[in-house]
Design a protein around this ligand. Structure first.
Ligand code: NAD
Length: 505
């Protein structure tokens, strides 16, 4: 059922304003804000309060989104000159920046992350993703080869990028706007139309993005948002849909496996950015203070809910005790607070369900024989924070590498710290994982840094830093951490097929 025509923008905002704290979020299909009457709650982990009620897309609405996206691809978006398409994407970036405070408020309410982080990272990156890929699309070249032929006249081979058509984007909750736009922007820049399914935990900024697209004149059907869950809901229906030409997904590895199975019958390009159990390797010659500060950030940022977070820290034995003590001090200095408080450095976990999972690992670690250096449970604040999904930042030592808590992704503010005695041992233990997303190496020895980085089984290796990234670089993981690379031209290569045209001269 249509909630209103194209001109009826601002629905997510107005809905939230109409009943402060509880409004309704529509889907956005074919340029119309659509309600279904089947509502689920969007809850803030800060207090457990319902912040909005979300209209879950049914399978008919997902079909309608695919139909609208196909129509818009053929009639509006693919034929549009690249420069005009990219100018519109810059307007989308302008639109996000113009409504910065709305996006910020939505992201903080949905995730509970410190407002200072969302202000510095999540929302600016949401806009920057559109600018980056619009600029790149306008300047990206393709291959061209002249070849000899027996008649001496030769031939010219050149390749062109052809958009796939309709791209499905399925996103997680930890960096909702940043990760959604990381895929939506290059997909649109490449000439595809998009159906986005945000996480059911964090549906608001995707809806605000639809409002921005609508307001700046992105043609109806080019960008669509369907709300819902995974299995037997919008996520699965998109994955199975024969009208979806390519699928890009960020989330858990086992969800990636389910999507791969669902998509198999209609053989389509897949890009997967999945989970991690990332290692940090700290050599005794490292700049100690930088290694401590960087490792603490890599363990506790966003309450440990970043796919790149370190959950396994290997420290060369001569500095092990000192390192554990200093990391403990960093953990205990974190300030769990309301995300809008200026001093907040630790927000809650995303949901009560996720907190139960993380606390399950806290208990499991004790059963597996961990020494709990700090944390290991829930704070007793004696104030409003007790209603939120906060947990103590936690450090374990003393676990064998075979422990489940050393092998499985917890996705909370926690790490295990273990000593090592040689470079070979450190590399072998860092690589002893089903995952392979990112590793941080801390050393002042440049030769060793290069040597170790080359032998690490991961898509990303940091040396003396963490989370530092030029958006043009390849991003992705090996093993259970993903398939493919996105970022810069790597994204453009995924979001389009390269066709070779050979012209006999
Ligand atoms: P998740 O896999 O539970 O959900 C992600 C999205 O997939 C959601 O929109 C969800 O509704 C949907 N989904 C769930 N089951 C589905 C199914 N069967 N079919 C289709 N869609 C389905 O992940 P999450 O809990 O939202 O996010 C946390 C995970 O994401 C962690 O494992 C983290 O490491 C990973 N992650 C990876 C990266 C990366 O770049 N590698 C980045 C961020 C997060």
């Amino acid at each position: 059922m249509a909630a209103g025509p194209n001109s009826e923008t601002g629905m997510a905002t107005r809905a939230r304003e109409a009943a402060p704290g509880i409004g309704e979020l529509p889907n956005y299909v074919g340029g119309r804000f659509e309600v279904t009457g089947s509502l689920f709650d969007d809850v803030t982990p800060v207090s457990g309060a319902v912040v909005s009620r979300v209209h879950e897309a049914d399978s008919a609405l997902v079909d309608a989104a695919v139909h609208a996206a196909r129509g818009a691809f053929e009639s509006a978006w693919r034929p549009m000159p690249t420069a005009k398409r990219c100018a519109l994407l810059h307007k989308v970036a302008d639109g996000i920046e113009a409504r910065f405070d709305d996006f910020l408020a939505a992201e903080v309410a949905d995730t509970g992350k410190p407002a200072s982080i969302a202000r510095q990272i999540d929302i600016p990156r949401g806009a920057a993703n559109f600018r980056l890929f619009a600029n790149l699309m306008e300047t990206a070249g393709t291959d061209c080869f002249e070849m000899d032929t027996p008649d001496g006249r030769g031939a010219l081979n050149y390749s062109v990028r052809e958009p796939h058509g309709v791209v499905g984007v399925i996103a997680p909750w930890n960096l909702p706007l940043l990760l959604l736009t990381w895929k939506v922007a290059p997909a649109l820049a490449s000439g595809n139309t998009v159906i986005a399914k945000p996480s059911e935990e964090t549906p608001v900024t995707a809806t605000l993005l639809a409002e921005v697209m609508d307001a700046v004149g992105v043609p109806p059907g080019v960008f669509n948002v369907v709300h819902g869950f995974g299995p037997n809901s919008a996520g699965e229906w998109l994955s199975r849909h024969p009208g979806i030409d390519a699928l890009t997904f960020t989330g858990e590895s086992r969800t990636g496996a389910a999507i791969m199975k669902a998509a198999a019958d209609t053989v389509k390009p897949l890009s997967f950015e999945l989970g991690g159990k990332n290692a940090a390797v700290v050599f005794a010659d490292a700049d100690f203070d930088a290694a401590i500060e960087g490792t603490a950030r890599s363990v506790f940022a966003n309450c440990g809910q970043v796919c790149l977070c370190s959950e396994r820290v290997y420290v060369e034995r001569p500095i092990f005790e000192r390192f554990v003590a200093a990391l403990k001090a960093q953990a205990e200095a974190l300030v769990p607070a309301d995300p809008w408080a200026n001093d907040c450095t630790l927000g809650p976990l995303i949901s009560a369900e996720h907190r139960t999972k993380v606390l399950g690992y806290y208990d499991l670690a004790k059963n597996e024989g961990a020494e709990v250096v700090t944390g290991g449970g829930v704070q007793d604040f004696g104030d409003a924070r007790d209603a939120g999904c906060y947990v103590q930042p936690t450090i374990w030592t003393g676990l064998p590498d075979s422990a489940r808590t050393v092998r499985e992704e917890v996705f909370g503010p926690v790490c295990h710290v273990a000593p090592f005695d040689s470079e070979d041992e450190a590399i072998a233990r860092a690589n002893d994982s089903d995952y392979g997303l990112a590793t941080a190496i801390w050393t002042r020895d440049l030769s060793r840094a290069h040597r170790v980085a080359r032998r690490i089984e991961a898509g990303i290796c940091w040396v003396n830093c963490w989370f530092l990234r030029d958006l043009r670089t390849p991003f992705g993981g090996v093993k259970l951490s993903g398939i493919g690379r996105e970022g810069g031209l790597h994204s453009l290569n995924f979001y389009a097929e390269q066709k070779n045209i050979c012209v006999k001269l």
